[in-house]
Design a protein around this ligand. Structure first.
Ligand code: ATP
Length: 451
């Protein structure tokens, strides 16, 4: 059976409900850039917070937040000035620009050839020779736009960690093995952006560099691969939707590399890379800066340059994977006001509760008998602990549906019984089952579930 591409539906829901908007939309948008709306920024923060806790609430990992702009020599040392390129070709007919290694997946730019892939035009000889295009964005520091003032927007967060290796080691008194983690924006002037948040020019990364003895690299590579796969599974991605792609052809700095891939509607795509970067980066920065980025082992009395195992996840790509993975359309039975039953489709985001932007919605069943005040008080109480939404407009069924589309795991309704015995109904987003609980126990009940 043909797979249905739900991306379009998810992009439309993302806009309608305020998860993701096109950047500068009122001016026609800017290619490869997206804005996170009220629910999107909440969900993205939840993902980043989960990663941050997972990675840095450990004895041997420290966090940093390095500047986006760095000394230009950093990018010479790292190899980015020379090597961070993609092969680019131009189509002589439609004047489109394409990544030469992605012609099979990229649509031809010719309006008359709708749905045709660029590889076809390539085979027909319409393309120029491939030439290398550097993906780093350049800008200038200070008022003079000359070559001595060039700086780059970082294309990865990792280098901010390497250049701080000694600072962090000394300030935190860590001993090998230890890691440094960072979340932050990265910029790549991608030749072709596509697939919503998958390939954008501005995005966020969640990276951790783990510094180790060189002879322990294989052990730690395996350890981090497993840890990272488990994080995705623990947060709701089914195992069968993940794939480990082992790289045969390695980047200039790597000894081993795997991608954790998610099955997007367009096929498997990388969401995180695990790399054994050897001592390449620390040695290069030692060479270019003249500062020895080494480690002295007190016990063995050895001095050496540590190896690095890197875990490099895209926060934005993971966001897209979690959002797509949670999307569902379910047929449900609806009770009509005349007592008859009919079916309807409910759209629901089965997000992991800890990632859901709103944790609970509170409704007065009807707007009388003081139910609104009780619901408003419950909302205020819960707000001390989580993001909550109060809604008293429309039929309760419609209010449930709106929250289902936002992925809200719990909906609380104040009804006439609340007035007599202090209980409310709490409805579970996934099962749609309702139970009655005392309203004083709501905080504890929900906190336990969304942990
Ligand atoms: P790709 O081959 O897809 O271009 P990459 O191998 O260059 O990716 P890395 O340099 O390993 O990617 O970056 C680590 C992570 O950063 C990726 O797994 C991905 O989640 C994210 N990432 C990289 N490039 C982009 C981009 N243009 N847009 C969104 N996320 C990105």
């Amino acid at each position: 059976m043909a797979k249905i591409d739900i991306t379009e539906k998810v992009v439309s829901l993302a806009k309608r409900r305020g998860f993701v908007f096109q950047s500068s939309e009122i001016y026609g948008g800017l290619n490869g850039c997206w804005d996170y709306g009220p629910l999107g920024v909440e969900m993205l923060n939840n993902i980043k917070q989960s990663w941050w806790k997972e990675m840095t609430y450990r004895e041997n990992i420290e966090g940093i937040d390095a500047a986006i702009l760095m000394h230009p020599r950093v990018w010479e040392a790292s190899g980015h000035v020379e090597n961070f390129t993609d092969p680019m070709v131009d189509c002589k007919e439609c004047k489109g620009r394409f990544r030469a290694d992605q012609l099979e997946e990229t649509d031809c730019g010719n309006k008359g050839y709708k749905g045709r892939k660029a590889i076809k035009c390539h085979q027909e000889g319409k393309f120029t020779e491939a030439r290398n295009f550097n993906l780093m964005f350049k800008t200038f520091v200070g008022p003079l736009e000359d070559s001595s003032n060039v700086v780059y927007l970082r294309p990865e967060t990792a280098q901010g960690i390497y250049v701080n290796f000694l600072n962090v080691k000394e300030a935190s008194r860590q001993k090998l093995p230890f890691g440094i983690a960072q979340i932050g924006k990265a910029f790549r002037n991608e030749i072709n952006t596509k697939n919503f948040l998958f390939r954008t020019r501005e995005f966020e990364q969640m990276e951790m560099q783990f510094f180790i003895r060189p002879d322990e690299d294989e052990k730690w590579f395996e350890y981090w691969k497993e840890q990272r796969v488990n994080w995705f599974i623990k947060n709701g991605i089914p195992k069968e939707k993940l794939n480990i792609h082992v790289h045969e052809k390695l980047a200039h700095y790597a000894k081993a590399a795997v991608d954790i891939e998610y099955e997007f509607p367009f096929g498997f795509g990388e969401i995180e890379g695990i790399h054994n970067r050897t001592d390449f980066d620390l040695k290069r920065h030692t060479e270019y800066s003249g500062k020895k980025l080494e480690y002295f082992d007190d016990q063995t009395k050895e001095r050496f340059t540590p190896f690095v195992i890197e875990t490099s996840a895209g926060a934005s790509r993971s966001f897209m994977a979690f959002l797509l993975n949670s999307y569902d359309e379910e047929e449900v039975v609806k009770e009509n006001s005349d007592g008859t039953k009919s079916t309807e489709v409910r759209t629901v985001l089965h997000l992991h509760p800890s990632f859901a932007p709103i944790k609970a919605a509170v409704f007065p069943l009807v707007n009388r008998d003081g139910m609104q005040d009780i619901a408003a008080n419950i909302t205020e109480d819960l707000r001390n602990y989580m993001r909550v939404f109060y809604d008293d407009s429309g039929a309760v069924g419609r209010r449930y549906r709106r929250q289902d589309e936002c992925g809200t795991p719990y909906c609380i309704t104040v009804d006439s019984e609340t007035l007599t015995n202090n209980t409310v109904t709490i409805r579970d987003r996934d099962t749609m089952a309702q139970e009655r609980i005392n309203k004083d126990n709501l905080v504890e009940f929900i906190l336990k579930k969304i942990k």
